[in-house]
Design a binder for this molecule. Structure first.
Ligand code: SN0
Length: 319
């Protein structure tokens, strides 16, 4: 593996899951692999789990870690080519990425969707510019359209908690007053569709009308606007809010009936509840669900360390 930008960079999800579980059982087995190597973690947006778990994973592998918040710690970065730089951005990504690539062996980048211009967001300009100019492997720490480290942690969590060979996994939209990116939902669909295709799970997506995700991410998933129908017999409920893709970046409804409560969970096959966090309690999910033994959210977040470690190990092995 060179870059880890999306599922397209992965040869085998199963091998990455097993590598993550091996790291969980024996975190320091590969300390030599990262010795005297440096990872730079670059954040254009807020982070709790991604920042700490990726840092921890790198340290487990013996790496040195540098983190930076763009625009706060550093200069604002211009991403467009050929522009007159007379605005608020003092440095171009051409220089910034090239320089960071000289200090780092791997660079991780978080850059959310701006949710204004769909084509611009879905072009993944920030990831592509860094991949073009850094000259070192790039790891996606949540981009405009994807969050693959989260999806790998989700695969690991499902693998650990499943009680049947082919569990029913449901992605459900949750209400929120703010427009949030589609990245987590997109990536979850991308990875779960691959798992479904391999016969490992059954995958269902449920959301209100108007919240259809991009066709390239929905793929062959079964989609329904009836949340109760989706929850029936489910083994895993994966909650997430996202803003509209078709009415790009808009909040079309805040219908509280889409929030997950114990009544909803009682429709499932004693199913587990998952969420990538941060989660707004009682807006998206009730206290009762989050505090019940059915909630996997803390274990899921813990698995972010092992998903990051599996990916960094794969990149370090390559070079
Ligand atoms: C981000 C998102 O992509 O939805 C990060 C998730 C890992 N979530 C938020 O921005 C939540 C913000 C909020 O105010 O609830």
């Amino acid at each position: 593996m060179t870059n880890f930008l999306s599922l397209a960079d992965v040869t085998s999800i199963d091998a990455l899951i097993q590598s993550g579980l091996a790291a969980k059982a024996n975190p320091f087995a590969d300390q030599v692999l990262g010795k005297n190597k440096t990872i730079g973690l670059i954040f254009f947006n807020s982070s709790l789990r991604t920042r700490l778990s990726t840092q921890k994973a790198a340290q487990n592998l013996g790496m040195n870690v540098m983190t930076m918040n763009v625009g706060q710690d550093s200069w604002g970065l211009e991403m467009e080519e050929g522009v007159l730089m007379n605005g608020d951005k003092a440095e171009h990504v051409r220089e910034a990425a090239a320089v960071m690539g000289r200090y780092c062996d791997i660079i991780g980048i978080r850059a959310f969707a701006e949710l204004k211009d769909r084509d611009k967001d879905y072009r993944e300009q920030v990831m592509h510019q860094f991949a073009t100019y850094a000259g070192v492997p790039i790891v996606n720490l949540e981009s405009a359209t994807r969050h693959p480290l989260q999806s790998l942690a989700d695969c690991i969590t499902i693998e650990e908690a499943k009680r049947t060979d082919r569990p029913k996994v449901v992605l459900t939209w949750l209400p929120h007053f703010k427009p949030l990116p589609q990245a987590v939902a997109n990536s979850f669909c991308e990875w779960m569709n691959a798992r479904a295709q391999a016969g490992k799970i059954e995958f269902v997506v449920t959301h209100p009308a108007g919240y259809e995700l991009a066709p390239e991410f929905v793929g062959n998933a079964h989609v329904t606007h009836n949340q109760s129908e989706a929850f029936a017999g489910a083994d895993f409920i994966y909650g997430k809010n996202w803003s509209s893709y078709t009415h790009y970046g808009q909040v079309l409804t805040q219908d509280p009936s889409w929030a997950v409560t114990m009544d909803d969970m009682n429709l499932t096959n004693n199913g587990k509840f998952m969420h990538c966090l941060p989660v707004r309690r009682n807006l998206k999910v009730s206290d009762a669900v989050l505090d019940s033994p059915q909630s996997l959210v803390i274990e899921q977040a813990a698995n972010r360390e092992w998903s990051a470690q599996a990916v960094l190990k794969e990149i370090l092995k390559n070079g």
